[in-house]
Design a binder for this molecule. Structure first.
Ligand code: ACO
Length: 332
């Protein structure tokens, strides 16, 4: 990216998932489904569900504390907190403000980004540019969602897919050749009706009717999202690699959005990236929306799958429709 002023990378990561497990067997007791259908169609075996006291901000804070510790950054050193989420604690204030207060990050500006599953990558895009220009030194980017609170557990076509979690990353200037080498954020609003939540906004403000009509739950056209996902995962990956003068053969670790194993398999096959270089954890967490990428990244790092100098490719898609991809050389 010629416009880059100074290199910016991830210096700390962390993730949190609630303790409560909702298995496919549990779902068999709630809706007309089967473990066999869910596993063969999605690859998901279980997901985590937030406890009654947990919210998007409380999970975000847990993930953020780990990321700050790994980076060696104190909360009061942070200049910016960005939270990617479609399940904020409240419509306003921003969940990022709740995180800022809980962490004691007094100097930090705080904002949310609504970009569904790629919310973490949208956050990386926005925050990294502010650090690259020198406006800020240290930014905290979080992807966190409590999808269980907007999931219709009478709708078997969506309720088997989603889980709750949070993930976080600290962004700082890094040495030349490290950090974000390529970045693409994209949107196609003409696909808005394929994945949306109609109730509670200015179009359908909350009322008895909106509740009766179940408008406060996710609506999804799974087939259309599936086709879109496979296409953009492939195309945006190739474009961000090209920005950096790289090809799929250079990728050491692919961290794709964790929505459906078949989507990942189809995209990976088109890209020709060996399966052992792909991070998959959706079997244990389902689709955790904006948390999926930082959660998978953190697990890969904890498992020793990321070494200094590795080229990571993060790619995601979701409601909007939107997508994002980031090529990142790991290390300070
Ligand atoms: N259990 C059993 N049967 C089911 C279930 C279920 N949980 N859900 C659907 N079915 C049935 C359908 O009713 C349908 O039956 P019919 O043929 O009698 O009508 C049949 O299974 C096939 O349904 P399809 O929708 O064709 O199944 P498909 O193979 O497309 O898989 C799925 C559905 C898993 C939703 C898939 O389309 C998908 O993963 N799409 C992408 C979803 C996605 O990635 N969303 C991202 C969200 S990102 C964000 O922003 C939150």
């Amino acid at each position: 990216m010629e416009k880059r002023v100074r290199p910016v990378g991830i210096t700390g990561i962390g993730a949190y998932a609630p303790e409560r497990v909702l298995s496919n067997a549990d779902l068999e007791r709630i809706v007309e489904t089967s473990d066999e259908w869910i596993v063969t169609r999605t690859g998901i075996r279980e997901r985590r569900i937030a406890g009654p006291e947990e919210t998007t901000s409380t999970m975000a804070v847990q993930a953020a504390r780990q990321a700050l510790e790994m980076a060696g950054v104190r909360p009061e050193e942070l200049d910016l907190i960005v939270v990617g989420t479609v399940t904020p604690d409240m419509v306003f204030p921003a969940t990022a403000c709740l995180v800022q207060d809980a962490l004691g990050a007094r100097r930090a500006a705080a904002m949310d980004i609504s970009a569904a599953c790629p919310g973490f990558l949208y956050g990386l895009g926005v925050a990294s540019q502010m650090v690259a220009t020198g406006l800020y030194e240290k930014a905290l980017v979080i992807g966190a969602d409590t999808l269980s609170r907007i999931t219709d557990y009478q709708d078997r076509s969506t309720c088997v897919l989603f889980g709750d979690a949070a993930g976080a990353a600290v962004l700082e200037p890094v040495s030349e050749g490290r950090g974000i080498l390529g970045l693409e954020l994209g949107a196609d609003g003409s696909g808005r009706d394929h994945l949306y939540l109609p109730g509670g906004g200015s179009k359908h403000p909350a009322s008895h009717e909106t509740v009766e009509q179940r408008l406060h739950y996710v609506k999804m056209n799974g087939k259309e999202v599936f086709k879109f996902a496979v296409r953009v995962m492939n195309e945006s990956t190739l474009r961000v690699l090209a920005q950096a003068g790289l090809t799929p053969a250079d990728v050491d670790l692919l961290v794709p959005h964790q929505a459906n194993l078949r989507i990942i398999e189809a995209a990976v096959e088109r890209l020709g990236i060996p399966w052992e270089k792909v991070v998959v954890n959706l079997d244990r967490y389902g689709n955790t929306s904006a948390a999926a990428i930082p959660l998978a990244l953190t697990e890969a790092w904890r498992a020793g799958r990321i070494r200094d100098g590795d080229l990571l490719l993060l790619v995601s898609f979701g409601a909007g429709l939107v997508w994002g991809a980031v090529a990142l050389r790991w290390g300070r």
